[in-house]
Design a protein around this ligand. Structure first.
Ligand code: FES
Length: 122
């Protein structure tokens, strides 16, 4: 088990990412909704660099009370990272694939100590 210093929390603005190396491969630390999340930068689909993709809010359909379709909008909170190879989307808080919850990015715990961010790799 290794605890890796990554960055100071004040240096990461909302939606920013930091890539760094570990014994298990390249990891990515993402700041989303003022929380920090770390993932192995390998997509469970075909091994692409999933965390290199865009961060976008989850798209949801708007259905009225009479069940009619009213269009789409971005979810206020749920943020996804989109793998640049084939577009699979992953929730940045859970790592779960939006299209198929059986798949997920590998997550690692993030600890903040006096503003310094550490990722624990097991
Ligand atoms: S490798 Fe990520 S979507 Fe295919």
């Amino acid at each position: 088990m290794a605890e890796i210093y990554v960055a100071h929390s004040k240096d990461l603005v909302e939606g920013s990412k930091v890539f760094f190396q570990s014994d298990v491969g390249e990891l990515c630390l993402i700041r989303a909704n003022n929380l920090f999340h770390a993932f192995l930068n390998i997509c469970p689909h075909q091994g692409g660099p999933a965390c290199n993709g865009l961060l976008i809010h989850r798209v949801e359909e708007i259905i009225a009370e009479d069940k009619t379709y009213q269009g789409m909008r971005f979810h206020e909170r749920d943020l996804h990272v989109v793998c640049p190879w084939h577009g699979w989307e992953f929730n940045v808080e859970t790592g779960r694939c939006a299209g198929d919850g059986k798949f997920a990015l590998r997550r690692f715990p993030v600890t903040e100590k006096n503003g310094d961010l550490y990722v624990t790799v097991k």
